[in-house]
Design a protein around this ligand. Sequence first.
Ligand SMILES: Nc1nc2c(ncn2[C@@H]2O[C@H](COP(=O)(O)OP(=O)(O)OP(=O)(O)O)[C@@H](O)[C@H]2O)c(=O)[nH]1
Ligand SMILES: [Mg+2]
Length: 127
Amino acid sequence: MQSKSRPHHSPINGQIDSRSRPGIAREVLGTIAPLCSRYQITALDEFVESCRSFAEEEVLNIAILGRFKTGKSSFLNQFLGRSVLPVGVIPVTAVVIEIQYGPQERADIRFLNGRTEVIPLDRFDPC
Ligand SMILES: Nc1nc2c(ncn2[C@@H]2O[C@H](COP(=O)(O)OP(=O)(O)OP(=O)(O)O)[C@@H](O)[C@H]2O)c(=O)[nH]1
Ligand SMILES: [Mg+2]
């Protein structure tokens, strides 16, 4: 999910700005990486590395993980503002689901044998 048009809180000065998140990551990197290098702050190596890869990405992937029946689909439906994922009292979502913005609503099903099928979203049933 991308939100380029939304304002962002700058991690440096707390101000809201309208630059892209990769732009902010590059800015943080430009400040932090030279300091870490100069003062050999290895504890921040992983943070610097994740900023570096984030700065190269235009899309932010967020994983929603949890035990079965803990409300993952309910949370995502609420987040999306509509019921895209089925919710139930017995285990419902049995496969990994990736949600992203697209010009046309559809579900791309990828089977284990490599076959893919495109169906309308109202026929989507991940059981
Ligand atoms: N009380 C309460 N029930 C909730 C909440 N969120 C979800 N539920 C209920 O918990 C049950 C499971 O919700 P789901 O959203 O299907 O959970 P899930 O983690 O996606 O389940 P699986 O994909 O099958 O593992 C449903 O009966 C929901 O109505 C909540 O915040 N409070
Ligand atoms: Mg689910």
